[in-house]
Design a protein around this ligand. Structure first.
Ligand SMILES: *Cc1c(COP(=O)(O)O)cnc(C)c1O
Length: 437
């Protein structure tokens, strides 16, 4: 399969190049040249296939023979080697729990798939590859775990000192091995600035092979289609009608993967884009005007995005046909007050604890189902509530226990190198690290 650059259709690359480069010229995103179709027999009978087989079938057309079949099967199996249950919250709304992976975040899936592809493609390189990321909390943990102990790769993560939660900090700093955490005396913007500077610094790039694990990378974007197949597999056991699928959205990579699966033949009734106060896309669906905004800080902070990168991929999928897009997607914007109220009500009525991101999705789907009676659907649960304890405890007055999966990690010591928000310090660290190997 080849991929073209959405900002310059002349630039086409294979899967390997798109994975290594992340972006094309003019920072354009890559997009598949064709939309491979699912076999309808497969889609109607997902229960006949193991999760590993579903994941492999979902991905293989996008990779072709660039990764041998046995290797891709192994990568697909490792990518989803944890539970992804679909649970009923009430009669009309279920939740696909995507947070049983190593960092309790759905980003684990994409990060695991990408790290293993990258490692395969770079196995004959002599230089070690350094994945450099800045994180405000969640992405860094998923990347750290996704790349942990993957041969040929070092990961350097910059995070703002005192600004990530306890669980998040452990996930970034306690692994050791090939994962290095830099605790920056500054804020997230400082971390991001330092990383950008490193990518354009000649001194660093002549010594090290730097790459990013950005969410716009196709090897992180495409495997997210697997969620929707695994959800449908479970949905089909109990339900007769096609589901309305509601996705808590920030950069719109996740929902865009769901839509891609839909264009390949996945059965779905409708998609709902659930946003917090950052409402660029719901606004667009209402007015046909796309106006990027500065991001507003909310309780569902992984969705605080004012100009979603993957929106352009969605437009491409719908061949820029606004009317078609509108028949398939509805958008809702939910404020912090309704988010907290939803966490509280869902806990009281159904005994289910939502994290703020899933609460935004629940409130959105509930509104859609009220406006469209007789339908049923599911939301994507993208993070475990324990990662957002303040909001959840405030809303539902419950103490959330740290899940067993995390016990070992919480006992480990934090290992970091502290730096000032100063590029020369980062540069020195990267070059010294490289010398040691
Ligand atoms: C990243 C993230 C999202 C948003 O996903 P996109 O693909 O960027 O739309 C939603 N919820 C959580 C918990 C996240 O970490």
């Amino acid at each position: 399969m080849n991929y073209y650059n959405l900002k310059d259709e002349q630039e086409t690359v294979d899967f390997k190049t798109a994975t290594i480069k992340s972006q094309g010229h003019h920072k354009g995103l890559f997009f598949p040249e064709s939309i491979p179709q699912f076999d309808q027999d497969f889609i109607q009978n997902l229960h006949l296939y193991s999760n590993e087989e579903i994941a492999f079938r979902c991905m293989k057309d996008f990779i072709g023979d660039e990764i041998p079949e046995e290797v891709l099967k192994k990568i697909a199996a490792e990518t989803i080697s944890f539970d992804i249950p679909l649970k009923k919250i009430n009669d009309s709304i279920s939740v696909l729990e995507l947070f049983h992976g190593p960092t309790l975040a759905f980003k684990d899936v994409g990060a695991r798939f990408m790290s293993r592809c990258l490692s395969y493609f770079l196995k004959d390189q002599h230089k070690k590859v350094t994945v450099l990321v800045a994180t405000s909390g969640d992405t860094g943990g998923a990347v750290a775990h996704g790349f942990y102990n993957v041969p040929g790769i070092n990961v350097v993560i910059l995070y703002p000192k005192n600004r990530v939660s306890l669980v998040q900090e452990k996930q970034l700093t306690a692994l050791g091995g090939n994962i290095y955490a830099l605790e920056v005396d500054g804020n997230f913007d400082d971390c991001q600035r330092l990383v950008k500077q490193a990518f354009s610094d000649e001194g660093i790039n002549s010594e090290l092979f730097l790459t990013s694990a950005n969410s716009i990378n196709i090897a992180r974007w495409l495997p997210q289609q697997i969620y929707y197949l695994l959800a449908l597999k479970q949905w089909q056991q109990n339900e007769k009608t096609d589901p309305v699928i509601c996705v808590p959205s920030g950069n719109f990579g996740n929902i865009c993967a769901g839509l891609l699966a839909y264009f390949r033949g996945l059965s779905a009734e409708h998609f709902v884009a659930a946003c917090n106060e950052n409402d660029v896309v719901p606004d667009y669906l209402e007015t046909r005007q796309y106006h990027p905004k500065k991001a507003t800080a909310t309780l569902s902070n992984a969705m605080d995005v004012g100009d979603p990168s993957n929106f352009t991929r969605i437009m491409e999928l719908f061949e820029h046909q606004f009317e078609h897009l509108k028949t398939m997607i509805s958008g809702y914007s939910i404020d912090d007050q309704l988010t907290l109220q939803t966490i509280q009500e869902v806990y009281q009525k159904y005994g289910y604890v939502l994290d703020p991101h899933a609460a935004v999705a629940f409130a959105s789907l509930e509104q859609y189902l009220n406006e469209n009676p007789g339908k049923k659907g599911f939301i994507l649960g993208t993070a475990h509530p324990v990662k957002f304890p303040e909001a959840v405890e405030k809303a539902a007055s419950i103490q959330i226990e740290i899940p067993e999966e995390l016990n070992d990690l919480m006992k480990k010591d934090k290992k970091t190198v502290e730096i000032h928000a100063d590029f020369e310090e980062l540069k020195r660290f990267l070059l010294n690290k490289n010398q040691e190997q």
